[in-house]
Structures are given as C-alpha cells and as structure tokens.
Design a protein around this ligand. Structure first.
Ligand SMILES: Cc1ncc(C[n+]2csc(CCOP(=O)(O)OP(=O)(O)O)c2C)c(N)n1
Length: 557
C-alpha cells in the first residue's frame, strides 16, 4: 500500500516520475500547495512576469525536447493570459501541459472568484482539457495527459486543479514515465513507396511538423545523401535539415524561392514527412491541388487523423519520421534527379547568400549574414512574428538539431520567452532572440525573468518604428493611407539597463559585431537595439516601391 500523500505532492512526484526537469509559472494563491511541493522536487521553476510568456516558455520546451513543457498559472485571468502559448502549441504540434488553479470544489458552478469552466473555455485551444477533483486519480490523469500531449500529433493539454483538492490526501502509486507510441510503416507501405520512388525523375522530400529526434534527422540526412535526394523544410522548420548540406533545397516559408516552387510544380514525387503542409508552407494552399495533388504525394505522419485531412495522398503512411526513415534506409537507388538536385541546391545558395542592399546605414541582411558565420552550429535562434523574421529565414543557415524556435502559428511575442527558456535549458549554447519593435513589447517583460534568473540571452531588437508587416499590407491594399501602424518606441538599450541587463544601440552595420561581442562578454541578458530604416520593409523591397506598385495597379483597374 502506497503511503498517503497530499494531492500537491502526488502531482509533483508524478511530474518527477515523468522526467520533468523544468517548469515555468506565474504564481497564484490558487495553487500554493503545488508551489510548496515544488521547493524540494529538483524541478527548475522559472518565475515569469506574465502567463503569456510562461506558456510560451513551456511551448519552447516542448519544441526543444519533444517532451511536454510544463507551465503553472492561476485560475481565470492567469489561465486566459496563457491562451497564446496554447494556440502556438496547437498549431505547431508541440507537446505541453498547462496546469491551472481552480476554485474550491464546494464553490463550483456559482461563478465564484475567477472561476472558469476550463474544458469548455479551452475546447478549441487544447487537445484535451480536464479538471481533477480526486487526488487518487492524479497519476492516472497525468500519465494520460503526457500521452495525449505527445502521442499522434502532439499538442497542449490543460489540467485544472481545484484549490481544496490539492490538500486532500490519497494513497496511490505513481504511474511510470510515458513513452508515446511510435507507429511504424507496414511492409506494403514501404514496397509501394519503393515503386513510386523507382518511377520518379523529379522527387522532393519535405520535412515538417514535430516528433523529430536527432536520430530521425540523422537518418534523413544519410538517406538523402545516399540517394542524392533534394530535401526542403516546411515553414519555420528549417532546422530539420542542415542548410549547409548539399541536399538542401531551402524552406517553404513566406515568399519562398521561386525556383523551389517551380520545381515542386513539376515534381513527380513529393514525400512529406512529419508535417501537415499548412497554409504558409503551401503558399496559401496553392502548391498542391486540394483534395488531390497533381504530383504523386506520399504523406508520412504519426497521426492518422492528419492523413487525408486536406490532401488525399497517393500513399498515406502512418508513422513517425524516425520509424519511416528507419524503414526506408535501404529502399531505392539514385535516379535521374542528380542534376535537378544540384540545381535546386545552387538556387537555394544563390537565394540565401548575399543580401541585397537596402536604404539606411544599418544593413540588416549583412548583420544576419555575419551571425551566420559567427555563431556555432548549435546556437539557438528564436523569433516571433513580423517582417524582421524574413531576413533570418532567408539568410541565416540553420545547421544543428532544434536550433530554431519560431512559431509556425505566426504569433508575435514568442521570441523573448522562447529564448529565455532555451538559454536556461542549454546554458552552454549561444541563444539569440531576434525581435521586431512591435514583437518585442508583446512579451518583452520576460527580459526581467532573464535578469532575475541570471539567463544571459541576447535579444536583437530590430526597430523600424512601425508594425512593419501590417504597414506593408496596408500600402498594398490602401496605398498612402496609414492607419494604426506607427509606433513610438522606448530606448530599448536603456530599457535593458533599467531591467538590470546590458544594452547597446546600433545605428550602422559596422557597429553590430563589436556590440554583439561586448554583449556576449558581459554574461548578462542583453538587448542590442538596432535602428532599421522603415523603408527596408522586406529583404528585397522598400515601402515606397510597394506603395507605388499598388498605386499603379489600382490605376490600371
Ligand atoms: C499576437 C499577434 N498579434 C498581431 C499580429 C499581427 N501582426 C503580424 S506582424 C505584425 C507587426 C509586427 O511588427 P514588428 O514586430 O515591429 O515587426 P516588423 O513587421 O516591423 O518587422 C502584426 C501586428 C500577430 N501576428 N500576432
């Protein structure tokens, strides 16, 4: 018979049994007993400044490790503040578990202070949401939560914890560490795949989604090299394949390389591994016909619910990337695609090598090209949403596994919390967050978290004084009519110092490298505030050019 423990203790013991090493939180009076039980758990608890940041840290944890990131927030407003992190985890297929305080069981259904019906409130934002009202069921329901978060297509789980329940006791054993089921292809899948590959002259492998491991990635690299196959990465999944490898064909992001798009249009075998070819990766669902792609289309996904959800594949393979790649390791021989592969890789290099000059004394493209040379293979680059990210996607070359933390959901405010977590988890690595001025202030408060915990993250704030992405769209749709897209910014370098970190202001390209080296050398969390000419709105176009082109188009209509 297991000895009696409080629910809070059972819960924390269960987290330890699941291998949890880190958690993020904003404290609340609704779960004090858990905070107390965490003290001597060995779990590294990161105290955040807002639940949005805390939840994004847990999401970043899931992206980095493939195991659920853990986040604790208080009831009602704490829970709703965490919403953005859940939405990212859903769209990005990332395992995470959000624990939320709940009112006492005796007060439920009275709309008590900060009461919320979590299963109802998070129905569309989480894979599963549940309230635990019996301490004896904690091991069962937590083990299920870990499984739901990781198995099939990973995603977020929400668990509500009534305050009074946390102090009840129960005698119950811990559940063992969950290893998610890893579906593998059937022999007939592999035989059918071999036949499709033998007929192909212009194949392309696209790596996307989650549930990748270092071993699966290594198997992909080995297989692609052996068969001389071209491999592309889906939107914000560039780190799934080393950009310096000659098999790399580039990534399918916003404004992808037209050569890659053209190749896909004429491809005779597309092998999508792990991803779901969502709106951005598919260039607004234009790359492949729906429901039936013109090209023979092999879809490999660990969740059967994703197979045929949008694209009816020629061959649907229910498998994890690792299991599929293990099974195909000996399948196929090099076909007639060698020249096309070489041309694709050359086109990717030409596309991403030399940034075009843009207005202003701060040439952002040159700075990204400098970072590409300066940073080691395992450096982690984080970003949220905004045009500033386009330079990273195009000119940076991701080389190591899990070195890119970026929301495929396009959520602003992700880069700072993701960077704080990544640097905490990998203190030996260089972690750089690149943020727009708008993007930074959506979760810039977590810079205080970095200072508090001594996490020397480097944040590069690319300040163009506008919500540039939206201004760009505005100029395209309503040329010359500016609405709600101008910003008045703080002195971000002074802000860093006010927080207790290191701050630098950069006005010219040449100032960046020494500022970056000084920032690294301080060992403090740092902000490098870079002033970018607002005309430099994309890597290749100015705002004026976009406005003029839109005016001309309107005149001819
Ligand atoms: C949470 C969230 N709110 C709003 C948006 C819409 N949005 C996308 S990009 C953008 C502007 C980003 O501005 P900034 O960070 O300054 O970067 P820039 O585009 O100027 O490079 C906005 C408001 C979003 N994607 N996410």
């Amino acid at each position: 018979m297991a000895k009696a423990r409080t629910a809070a203790r059972i819960l924390v013991d269960q987290l330890v049994a699941q291998g949890v090493t880190h958690a993020s939180c904003v404290p609340g009076e609704s779960y004090l007993s858990v905070l107390d039980a965490l003290i001597d758990s060995g779990i590294d608890l990161i105290t955040c400044r807002a639940e949005g940041g805390a939840a994004m840290m847990a999401e970043a944890h899931g992206k980095l490790t493939g195991r659920p990131g853990i986040c604790f927030v208080t009831r009602g407003p704490g829970a709703t503040n965490a919403g953005p992190g859940l939405h990212i985890a859903m769209q990005d297929s990332t395992p995470m578990i959000l624990f939320v305080g709940q009112v006492e069981r005796a007060f439920r259904h009275r709309e008590a202070f900060q009461e919320l019906d979590y299963p109802q409130a998070f129905a569309g934002l989480a894979k599963w949401a549940v309230e635990i009202d019996d301490p004896a069921r904690i091991p069962e329901l937590l083990a299920r939560a870990f499984r739901v978060a990781m198995q099939g297509r990973p995603g977020p789980v929400v668990i509500a914890l009534p305050e009074d329940m946390l102090d009840d006791t129960a005698s119950v054993a811990d559940a063992p560490r969950v290893i998610p089921a890893a579906p593998a292809p059937l022999p007939e899948d592999i035989a059918a795949f071999g036949e499709l590959l033998a007929r192909a002259k212009r194949p392309l492998v696209i790596a996307g989604g989650s549930r990748w491991t270092p071993e699966a990635r290594k198997a992909l690299i080995g297989w692609a090299e052996q068969l001389n196959l071209p491999v592309a990465a889906a939107f914000r999944r560039a780190a799934l394949f080393p950009a310096t490898n000659r098999q790399f064909a580039g990534d399918l992001g916003i404004g992808p390389n037209p050569v890659l798009e053209e190749y896909i249009g004429n491809s005779d075998l597309v092998v999508l591994i792990g991803g779901r070819m969502s709106e951005i990766a598919s260039n607004a669902y234009s790359l492949f016909d729906i429901p039936c792609p013109r090209q023979p289309f092999v879809h490999v996904h660990p969740d059967p619910a994703e197979l045929g959800r949008v694209y009816q594949p020629t061959l649907a393979v229910n498998a994890t990337p690792g299991a599929f790649l293990q099974a195909v390791a000996q399948v196929g021989t090099t076909g007639a695609w060698g020249e096309a592969r070489a041309a694709l890789n050359a086109a990717y290099r030409a596309w991403s090598d030399d940034p075009a000059p843009l207005p202003g004394s701060f040439q952002y493209g040159e700075v990204v090209a400098w970072l590409r040379e300066r940073l080691p293979d395992d450096a982690v680059i984080c970003n949220g949403a905004g045009n500033f990210a386009g330079w990273i996607h195009r000119y940076y070359r991701f080389r190591g596994f899990a070195t890119q933390l970026a929301p495929t959901s396009g959520s602003m405010g992700y880069g700072v919390p993701a960077g704080v977590f990544a640097k905490r988890y990998h203190p030996e690595r260089i972690v750089v967050t690149v943020a727009g001025d708008g993007d930074f202030l959506m979760n810039g408060q977590e810079f205080a978290t970095a200072v508090h915990h001594g996490i020397p993250l480097i944040v590069v704030v690319v300040d163009n004084g506008i919500y540039g992405t939206i201004r760009m769209h505005q100029e395209r749709m309503f040329p010359g009519r500016v609405s709600a897209t101008s910003l008045t910014n703080p002195d971000f370098a002074a802000l860093a110092r006010a927080f207790g970190g290191h701050g630098e202001t950069v006005e010219t390209t040449a100032q960046f490298a020494p500022a970056f080296e000084r920032a690294l050398a301080t060992g403090l969390p740092a902000i490098i505030h870079c002033r970018l000419d607002s005309q430099a709105i994309t890597p290749t176009a100015t705002l004026d050019q976009i406005r003029e082109a839109a005016r001309k188009k309107q005149e001819t209509i």
